[in-house]
Each structure stands twice: as C-alpha cells, then as structure tokens.
Design a protein around this ligand. Sequence first.
Ligand SMILES: [Zn+2]
Length: 88
Amino acid sequence: MVLKDVKTKKEILRISETRGMYPFHTWKPSASAKSATAIKTLTVMEAHACLGQIVPDAVQKLVHNGVAEGLNVNLDAPNEDCVACIFG
Ligand SMILES: [Zn+2]
C-alpha cells in the first residue's frame, strides 16, 4: 500500500502488507477484541498506530482525501492518548 498526497503527488509513506496485516503493531487498542472482518474499521488512533504513528490530523486528512484506499477509519471515534507516542 502506498499513500500519496493528492495535491503534490508526493509519496507519503509505503507500507508492505504481510498476509493482510500491517507489520508494525506497537499500540494495542484496549477495546478491540471483535473478530476480524474482511475490511476492519479502525479508529483514528488505531490507524495512527498502523501507519507508523503519524499524527491523527494526518490520518483524518488521508481519509478525507481518499488517499488511504482500503483503509476504513471511523473518524467519529474520539482521539485517545497513544501509549506508544507517550512512552516512545
Ligand atoms: Zn502513536
């Protein structure tokens, strides 16, 4: 998966998907134990963690711009403190 900025066409980040899972999982959501469906809807904070701790604002921007194809993000979910960012 490659994320690009729609306006500048610049590559923002490239993610190698392994068996449908993103390789870096540093942040474990506390309320997550639902069984995985085909396309999982992430909270902004989950997406933030999956995308290598990019700022939540950037997550929202990506979703709004339709850049993050195949990524379902629930923008209504409240932003939470990210443990990885606080202690990282
Ligand atoms: Zn974080």
